[in-house]
Design a protein around this ligand. Structure first.
Ligand SMILES: Cc1cc2nc3c(=O)[nH]c(=O)nc-3n(C[C@H](O)[C@H](O)[C@H](O)COP(=O)(O)OP(=O)(O)OC[C@H]3O[C@@H](n4cnc5c(N)ncnc54)[C@H](O)[C@@H]3O)c2cc1C
Length: 475
């Protein structure tokens, strides 16, 4: 009697972010061999990136090696490689070094990056927050500005150095502005002799009529007032028209500043376009309800790279909960395909959203529950600790937060990387005469070359997520 040797299907997941990791975990007991491919060796807990950028946490506190996260899954291997293309006919992914990897099922979860509304030249001047490199670069410029101001004799130059502009009033912009204000007003307030850091001017610019546009109006109002209490200048209805090395323009108005942070737009990973199926205006792949692409049931696209309407007819927001739930769902549909079961359509369960404004101040929206202040802030702390990957990270982040709360200090006030001969060279980013472009910046450029643009006036909600946001908006 002839023996039939059954080959175990090979699943390839590209991307070890929230979507990819949750898909991998969903496949841990499945009858498959699994390869997770990422161009970085670590998963980043993006919701806490702003705390690295404002010196509260260190990069290692919010990142975990993907290999370590998945080490107990014996049938899973992790490859560090950058994917640049696909051969859907041969069922292969193509790496940048030309190597190819075959799959039976592919789950693509390469996320999103910043969008500069067709102005990639703004990226070196106004870095966005996506990677650990972005966060440490923003931290470097933020801390360098105080150092340069301490040495600056011209009061006008000093004022420009101590003016910080955050562009984008979504959750990331609100969190950045609040944390910058808390750091300047408390953590470093007494450490300088010639300048008073608490006098730093922090301006938050939002193109739309209110901050946190995806939240109920009273929560937006609370966020605005809580930021203003911290001394942040909140400017809504302010569309940025130009960013230059020493200024930001809002129509005819000019703000002199040496320090700009971009939190105003996202665009999908350029890999989405390589699938050759329709994408939306920000490059997100238009997927079928059971998360695959038209004509290729073996290819699923999930997370920030996927465009799918929710029950209310609006596109699902680019937030971690969507990516995680899609990851789990894609895994179960792959198993259903292998076992001859039925693939189910994806249904997003909105568990709510939250954003932090600063010490003791946050907003939380879940169903009919709307919380502000201390209670929302405690809820935010708890949820973030619970969702952080790895016991070590949870332990260290909790310890850092407790220490920062009690001492009003920031533990990670390090200016890393080479500083130019001048701290504040005229016409150049602070301390970086030749600032290298980050990976996310290169992605943004690639996306811009493909003509993807993003709207400026929408935003997505915070952790736990759930509020509707429109394609291309930052959270
Ligand atoms: C600053 C910031 C704060 C945020 N805060 C919140 C929050 O509070 N709450 C919330 O719900 N959501 C938040 N989000 C959104 C949330 O992080 C995303 O929705 C979520 O990470 C999307 O998951 P993903 O798996 O689709 O993509 P990602 O988590 O971005 O993962 C993509 C992965 O793909 C890899 N990759 C990309 N291109 C390639 C390639 N060509 N080859 C190989 N690997 C590649 C990347 O290295 C990365 O590991 C925040 C996002 C940011 C940037």
């Amino acid at each position: 009697m002839a023996t039939r040797i059954l080959r175990v299907p090979h699943v390839v997941i590209v991307g070890g972010g929230f979507g990819g990791l949750w898909a991998a975990r969903g496949l841990r007991r499945a009858p498959v061999t699994l390869t997770v491919v990422d161009r970085r060796n670590h998963h980043i807990f993006q919701p806490l990136l702003y705390q690295v950028a404002t010196a509260t946490l260190s990069p290692a506190d919010i990142a975990s090696p993907i290999r370590q996260v998945l080490r107990r899954q014996r049938s899973t291997e992790v490859l560090m490689a950058e994917v640049e293309d696909f051969d859907l006919g041969r069922r292969q992914v193509v790496f940048t070094d030309g190597e190819r990897l075959e799959y039976d099922y592919l789950i693509l979860a390469t996320g999103a990056t910043h969008a500069y509304f067709g102005h990639p030249e703004w990226e070196p001047l106004a870095p966005g927050l996506k990677t650990l490199e972005d966060a440490t670069e923003i931290r470097r410029r933020y801390l360098l500005a105080f150092e340069a101001a301490e040495r600056e004799e011209d009061p006008e130059e000093q004022r420009a150095l101590l003016t910080f502009v955050v562009i984008g009033g979504g959750a990331t912009g609100v969190e950045m502005a609040g944390a910058m204000a808390d750091t300047a007003r408390h953590a470093i307030a007494r450490d300088f002799r010639r300048i008073d850091p608490s006098q730093a001017r922090i301006v938050l610019l939002e193109g739309g009529p209110r901050l946190l546009a995806a939240y109920p109006e009273e929560l937006s109002t609370y966020a605005r007032e809580a930021l203003q209490l911290r001394g942040v200048e909140v400017r809504t209805g302010s569309i940025v028209t130009d960013v230059q090395p020493e200024l930001v323009r809002i129509g005819p108005e000019t703000i002199r500043t040496r320090n700009v942070v971009w939190a105003a737009g996202v665009t999908a990973s350029p890999l989405g376009k390589r699938l050759g199926v329709p994408t939306d205006r920000v490059g997100r792949v238009e997927i079928l309800p059971e998360l695959s692409i038209p004509g290729h049931p073996e290819v699923c696209v999930i997370g920030d790279l996927a465009s799918l309407d929710g029950a209310d007819g609006n596109p699902l927001p680019g937030v971690a909960q969507v990516a995680m739930q899609m990851g789990r769902h894609a895994a179960s549909n792959v198993v259903a395909s292998i076992e001859g079961g039925v693939r189910r359509p994806f249904k997003y369960r909105d568990k709510g959203s939250m954003a932090v404004v600063g010490r003791n101040a946050a907003v939380l929206h879940a169903g009919r529950v709307k919380l502000t202040g201390m209670l929302a802030w405690l809820g935010w702390l708890l949820i973030h600790i619970l969702f952080l990957i790895g016991f070590r990270n949870r332990f260290f982040v909790f310890a850092q937060w407790a220490w920062s709360y009690l001492s009003w200090q920031r533990a990670a006030r390090l200016i890393t990387g080479a500083v130019g001969s001048e701290l504040a060279p005229p016409g150049k980013p602070l301390g970086t005469p030749d600032a290298p472009q980050s990976q996310s910046g290169r992605d943004a450029e690639a996306a811009a070359r493909q003509g993807q643009t993003a709207p400026s006036d929408t935003e997505a909600p915070g952790w736990m997520s759930g509020d509707r946001h429109q394609a291309g908006s930052p959270r």
